[in-house]
Design a protein around this ligand. Structure first.
Ligand SMILES: NC(=O)c1ccc[n+]([C@@H]2O[C@H](COP(=O)([O-])OP(=O)(O)OC[C@H]3O[C@@H](n4cnc5c(N)ncnc54)[C@H](O)[C@@H]3O)[C@@H](O)[C@H]2O)c1
Ligand SMILES: O=C(O)C(=O)C[C@]1(C(=O)O)C=C[C@@H](O)C=C1
Length: 367
């Protein structure tokens, strides 16, 4: 691809898309703008963008591809701004926002400028924000939902996919309505529940400070996403209000039902509640097809002595195997703990398994 890319909003997602484009289209210039000057400076220092633009207008009027990497409320406002500028005739405008109905509706304003808007949503992310968290491979193997609204956009859609090839994501075209319905249940609603669980623990922690110290394992797994950006989630909830209200009604009904089972000490129904959830959860595609990102985890039984983690990561570093995440499964006062190391690919995990088997006697297994 040739030309100039302009990224507005240089955080986790805008930054990651910019890095992925840079990796594949080496001759392309990538310009950026962020309302937070520190983020813009950091994005430049990290090589995410080639240069900073002084204003949205300056960057937008020169660009062949404009990517909106802002929270969705800002995205709608910026689309309004773009519609008043003299954009290039063939420019493609896309976004990365987590909601699509309101964003694509607002993009109708761009039609008269000759620009093509195609909504986008890479279905991977993190609870971290800002350019420092951006990674070129963040979307590898993840779904990247695109929401073109007009038939004649076929050629432009192909062009956008070519720009985004470096994400190594799997593109899927859906309508904005289908998009908001699906992401409501698998992404937006879980964030409400995660925050709710944390609120419950916060209340309990006021009565007993041991609560915060003991919050580990399951609590941490189910509430990681409660550490995400409040601004981003406020905007998403307001954009996908109708769908989320329906999901909340359903949830309240579900809670009332399980409450009745507990009140009645109805052990069969309680068992069925967990068992049917487990069956569905266990069958979700986790490797190549699912909305759940692929994690290639390796479990290592490690003895509890100082320096054991650096010893293991040291062996992996010597063999030039990159890790994407590392954590201790549980805080246990036993002789052995379980270290979970995540890798980008099956090959990396296999190489790590062999490497640790060569250098240590620790149990290494895949679950
Ligand atoms: N975080 C995720 O897991 C995830 C995943 C997929 C999509 N998204 C979507 O991606 C978008 C960005 O999320 P993020 O996680 O990268 O957030 P982020 O906070 O890391 O980045 C957003 C950036 O936009 C900037 N910004 C805000 N208003 C602006 C404006 N008016 N002009 C220019 N810059 C502005 C902020 O300063 C910030 O640097 C959101 O719409 C979100 O819904 C997020
Ligand atoms: O992994 C996380 O932290 C995320 O919450 C990522 C997540 C999600 O809900 O799955 C968050 C918002 C997005 O729009 C897409 C992905």
């Amino acid at each position: 691809m040739r030309g100039t890319v302009f990224v507005i909003g240089l955080g986790l997602i805008g930054g990651s898309v910019a890095l992925a484009i840079k990796n594949t289209h080496r001759d392309v210039r990538i310009y950026g703008y962020d309302i937070n000057d520190n983020s813009a400076q950091l994005a430049k220092a990290l090589g995410i963008i080639d240069d900073i633009c002084d204003s949205v207008r300056a960057g937008a009027e020169e660009a062949d591809l404009i990517i909106l990497g802002t929270p969705v409320k800002q995205t709608v406002q910026l689309i309004g701004d773009l519609s008043r500028y003299s954009l290039k005739k063939n420019v493609i405008v896309t976004d990365v926002g987590s909601t699509k109905i309101k964003v694509t509706e607002s993009a109708k304003q761009l039609e008269k400028s000759g620009a093509t808007f195609i909504g986008g949503h890479p279905m991977a992310g993190s609870h971290k924000s800002g350019p420092a968290a951006a990674k070129a491979h963040l979307f590898e193997n993840a779904f990247y939902l695109l929401t073109p609204t007009q038939q004649e956009e076929e050629k432009k859609l192909a062009e956008l996919k070519a720009w985004l090839r470096g994400t190594k994501a799997k593109f899927l075209t859906v309508s904005p309505e289908t998009h908001d319905k699906m992401t409501g249940v698998i992404s937006h609603f879980p964030h409400i529940i995660a925050a709710g669980l944390v609120h419950s623990a916060k209340r309990a922690a006021k009565q007993n400070d041991l609560v915060a110290r003991l919050a580990a394992g399951g609590f941490r797994d189910t509430t990681r996403i409660a550490s995400s950006s409040p601004e981003m989630w406020r905007d998403i909830l307001l954009h996908n209000k109708d769908e989320l209200l329906l999901l909340m009604d359903d949830w309240i009904e579900q809670m009332a039902e399980i409450k009745r089972h507990i009140q009645a000490s109805d052990s069969d129904s309680i068992f069925r509640y967990f068992s049917s959830a487990k069956t569905f959860r266990d069958e979700l595609p986790v490797r190549s097809q699912g909305a759940i990102p692929a994690f290639y985890d390796l479990y290592v039984d490690v003895p509890d002595y100082p320096g054991v983690i650096s010893e293991i990561t040291g062996y992996l570093a010597q063999s030039r195997i990159s890790i994407t995440n590392i954590r201790i499964l549980e805080t246990r006062e036993e002789l052995y703990g379980v270290l979970v190391i995540s890798f980008q690919s099956e090959e990396d995990r296999k190489a790590a398994e062999d490497c640790l088997a060569d250098h240590t006697n620790y149990g290494v297994y895949i679950m």
